[in-house]
Structures are given as structure tokens and as C-alpha cells.
Design a protein around this ligand. Structure first.
Ligand SMILES: Cc1cc2nc3c(=O)[nH]c(=O)nc-3n(C[C@H](O)[C@H](O)[C@H](O)COP(=O)(O)OP(=O)(O)OC[C@H]3O[C@@H](n4cnc5c(N)ncnc54)[C@H](O)[C@@H]3O)c2cc1C
Length: 350
């Protein structure tokens, strides 16, 4: 319980590990996060009453560990709105088609007041002395204990748990002595979920699509958006649509993407300008704390949960965690929670 534990990364995995260890009575825990904010791939922006999810949004009933954390933290879930017809654009020359959505086979849930609620509740339980923001880890040196060098300072640790996505980890942190070659090779070929995504949301004065009997769900083969969903808040008082933009638009600037999206929305729903409040987006491909763009092609979920991530490293005192290391639901929030529980089990055995 007196071991100095350093957790690298303040995303969902890192915060759950820290929270759980604190509850168990560990007295020296540090979460070292490179960014100025916690959450990693969980990123909710509040625009008026709308909770805009620019990162993780949905969970499903089989996400049992995540649901149980939400229950423990008294976090409310609500169903993704899907009532009404959907729209589909097959080719640019043809008008947009309207169709009836089939009954929902698999209900998606959202977190009331935004997924960030989860991050805020966990970090409030940890307190300021545990969390160290703006500290990018650049080197991890092991000689019976660890010296962790960041862009700003040094940390000492008996145990280190990294939650940096594996591909980024081996491309951005220097290990002394070096990590095993086969582990480095696998990590370099491990997919990081949503690494190339561009997510956007448009906030409106009213849910005008409902007046047309539409659900807000739309698909397009043409783009710039490929998928679109109703994104109103839990109390249905902040109104928005949210979707994903095709990767080919990543070279444009925000204003150009905004214009292209508003044009496409007008094609789908008619003139939306009188309802417009704001356009929000996040280009994850350009997020240096998520991935490295080395041009290599990795298929979605490739090597997620690979057994090499679970091998004993540096006398069992270095633990590689984070969603992509989970053999179940790797890449998703559920994977992040499960990887955290694997890490906690390993610490007990050190
Ligand atoms: C656009 C998008 C949509 C998504 N939608 C869903 C969804 O609907 N449902 C779902 O279940 N999942 C979704 N996900 C995936 C989900 O967000 C992730 O699985 C989960 O948040 C991963 O948590 P993590 O803690 O393992 O990793 P991360 O959130 O990536 O956290 C890693 C942390 O490490 C930090 N870090 C990186 N390098 C360093 C360094 N050198 N030193 C210190 N800190 C460092 C990062 O800043 C980050 O905070 C989505 C992700 C994105 C991007």
C-alpha cells in the first residue's frame, strides 16, 4: 500500500486505475497527463445547454463494467433518440431519399450531461495532489525502481502503469533499458480506435428536423458527413446534430469544413441558417497525444488486446494498460475500464 505508483495518462483507463487504487488504500498515487485537460478521447464541450461529444458518445447494454462504474458514480444514462424517418444520399446527382428506420435492434445509450461527467466525477474523487497536468512523459528508466522524465520534471515510482495507446507509446517514449523488440513491433502495428476521425456537431435553436418527422439520422455516400445523429441533451433543451466527416476533408481548415457541412445539411433538411447557433469539431488525426501519423495502414482493432501487452515487463513493475490492450472491447470505453481492472489485478501481485 506504500508503493509509489505512477499512472501515465489521465484518460478513462488512468483515472479508473487511480480511483480504484485510492479506494483500496494505496497512499502514493500520481496521474501524469501530458495535456492541459483530463479525459483523453472523452471530450465534451458545453454549448449553451447542449453537451457536445467530440469524443466518445455511446455505450451499449453489454458494456457491463462501464455501466457498473456509472452506477457507482450515480451517473444517469439515456437512450439515443431515433424516432422518425432517416435520410440517405447515395450519389450526388440524385435527391436525398427518405426511409423508415427499422426497429432498433441494439439501443445505444448516452451519458446524461455528457461523457465528461464520468471524467469529472472520477477526478473530483482523486483530488489535486494526485493529478499532474501538462507533464508529457518522454523517458522511462528502470533500475529496480523507475525514473520517469517528463517535459517539465521527474517522477520516481516503484510501479508504472502506462495508458498511452500502444502505438503512440513506443513511438514517443524512450525506455531504458529498451522494451523487448517483439513488443515494440506489435505496438507499432496496433490500431488506435478513432485515430483518423473527424467529429462535428452543429448546435441549433430548435430540433427543426422533428417537425418534418425526421429522426436526425442520416447517411451519405457523398459526404462531407457520412453519418449524422440527433444530439440533443438529456433534458431535451439544448439542440444539436452530430456526425462524422470523411477523412478527405482533414486538409481543409475549420471554416471550410463548416461551410461544406452547412451546405450538406441544407441539401438534407432545407435552409438551416435561421436555426444555426454554432459549429464544433475535433480533428483527431491531428491530435499528437493520440497517434503518430507514419503512413502505415492498420486495420481497425488490429492487435487490440495482444497477449504481449500482458507479459511481465521490468520484473512485473511496468504495466501496459489502456483500451487498446484489452482483449475484450479493445478501443472502446468498455475496453478502457476492463484494461484498468487488469492493471489493478497485476498490482496486487507485485
Ligand atoms: C471521436 C471518437 C469517438 C468515440 N466514440 C466512442 C463511443 O461512442 N463509444 C465508446 O465506447 N468509445 C468511443 N471512443 C473510444 C473511447 O473514447 C476510448 O476507448 C477511451 O476513451 C480510451 O480511454 P484510454 O484511457 O484507454 O485512452 P485515452 O483516452 O487515449 O487516454 C490516454 C491519455 O494519455 C495521455 N498521453 C498521451 N501521451 C502521453 C505522454 N507522453 N505523457 C503523458 N500522458 C500522455 C493522453 O493525453 C490521454 O489523456 C471514441 C473515441 C473517439 C476519438
Amino acid at each position: 500500500m506504500n508503493k509509489h505508483i505512477v499512472i501515465i495518462g489521465g484518460g478513462l483507463s488512468g483515472l479508473i486505475i487511480a480511483h480504484s487504487l485510492k479506494e483500496q488504500g494505496y497512499s502514493s498515487i500520481k496521474v501524469v497527463e501530458a495535456s492541459s485537460r483530463l479525459g483523453g478521447r472523452i471530450y465534451t464541450k458545453k454549448i449553451g445547454r447542449a453537451d457536445i461529444e467530440l469524443g466518445a458518445t455511446w455505450l451499449w447494454k453489454y458494456n457491463t463494467q462501464l455501466i457498473s462504474i456509472c452506477k457507482e458514480l450515480e451517473i444517469e444514462l439515456f437512450e439515443q433518440k431515433m424516432e422518425g424517418d432517416a435520410l440517405f444520399e447515395a450519389i450526388s446527382m440524385n435527391p436525398v431519399q427518405r426511409f423508415q428506420l427499422p426497429p432498433n435492434q441494439e439501443i445505444s445509450y448516452r451519458i446524461a450531461n455528457g461523457t465528461n461527467k464520468l471524467i469529472n466525477k472520477l477526478s473530483n474523487k482523486l483530488g489535486e495532489e494526485i493529478i499532474h497536468l501538462n507533464k508529457k512523459v518522454i523517458e522511462i528508466k528502470y533500475d529496480n525502481t523507475f525514473l520517469i522524465k517528463t517535459s517539465q520534471n521527474m517522477f520516481k515510482g516503484d510501479v508504472v502503469i502506462t495508458t498511452i495507446p500502444p502505438k503512440l507509446l513506443v513511438n514517443s517514449v524512450q525506455f531504458i533499458p529498451e522494451l523487448a523488440q517483439n513488443l515494440q513491433e506489435i505496438a507499432k502495428k496496433t490500431h488506435t480506435w478513432m485515430q483518423d476521425s473527424i467529429k462535428f456537431s452543429v448546435v441549433f435553436k430548435s430540433p427543426f428536423w422533428r417537425k418534418q418527422g425526421l429522426s436526425g439520422v442520416a447517411f451519405s455516400n457523398v459526404g462531407p458527413y457520412t453519418e449524422l445523429y440527433d444530439h440533443c441533451c438529456v433534458t431535451d433543451s439544448g439542440y444539436a446534430l452530430m456526425g462524422f466527416i470523411t477523412n478527405s476533408l482533414s486538409s481543409l481548415n475549420k471554416e471550410q469544413r463548416e461551410q461544406a457541412i452547412l451546405q450538406q445539411l441544407t441539401k438534407f433538411f432545407g435552409d438551416v441558417s435561421s436555426e444555426f447557433i454554432s459549429y464544433e469539431e475535433k480533428v483527431w488525426k491531428k491530435e499528437s497525444l493520440l497517434t503518430v501519423n507514419d503512413g502505415s495502414f492498420i486495420i481497425p482493432h488490429q492487435n487490440n488486446g495482444h497477449p504481449l501487452f500482458h507479459k511481465s515487463l521490468y520484473d512485473g513493475k511496468l504495466i501496459i494498460s489502456g483500451s487498446e490492450t484489452s482483449p475484450e472491447y479493445g478501443g472502446y470505453m468498455e475496453g478502457a475500464v476492463r484494461s484498468a481492472y487488469y492493471a489493478i489485478e497485476k498490482i496486487k501481485n507485485i
